[in-house]
Write a protein that binds this ligand. Structure first.
Ligand code: RTP
Ligand code: MG
Length: 137
């Protein structure tokens, strides 16, 4: 089943020059495409809408600060089971718990600075795609 998912390459990935490496892993999956992509610096309002589910948690404020600390790459990935698939490529939230071979497992050490966001369900994908790419048909 072809799907679309919202991916953000976080400010650490951009600062460290890892966007080509990470986009390459998405691009190389059979049949997946990237119908939209942009480099942007996210404002607080957009971030609050995106990460609203975490409001009130101890990591929320530092997460907001980190996500606004520099440009990010926002992109839409499309293809067979891409929602589950990009989550698999990313690995678990904690990069030390993430297996080598995954994006977080290969490049991350700090939980907050874990390089990539990817929608975690069909409902999240639908909601997040509207936030970042409202004009996408
Ligand atoms: P994401 O939403 O960014 O794709 O990551 P996720 O689903 O794997 O993890 P989630 O629980 O949704 O957390 C969102 C982001 O918040 C930061 N975080 N820091 N204990 C901490 O310091 C902590 N926990 C989470 C991470 O950047 C995580 O990706
Ligand atoms: Mg999440």
């Amino acid at each position: 089943m072809s799907q679309r998912t919202l991916v953000i390459l976080k400010p650490d990935a951009v600062r460290r020059g890892l966007i080509g490496e990470i986009i390459g892993r998405i691009e190389r999956k059979a049949g997946w495409t990237i119908p939209a992509m942009e480099l942007r610096t996210l404002d607080q309002e957009t971030l609050e809408t995106h990460y609203g589910e975490h409001k009130g948690k101890p990591f929320y404020e530092p997460l907001m600060g980190f996500m606004a600390s520099g440009p990010v790459v926002v992109l839409v990935a499309e293809g067979e089971r891409v929602i589950e698939g990009v989550r698999q490529l990313a690995g678990p939230t904690d990069p030390i718990a993430a297996a080598p071979g995954s994006i977080r497992g290969d490049f991350g050490t700090i939980v907050r600075e874990n390089l990539i966001h990817a929608s975690d369900s069909e409902e999240s994908a639908e909601r997040e795609l509207k936030i970042f790419f409202p004009g996408l048909v």
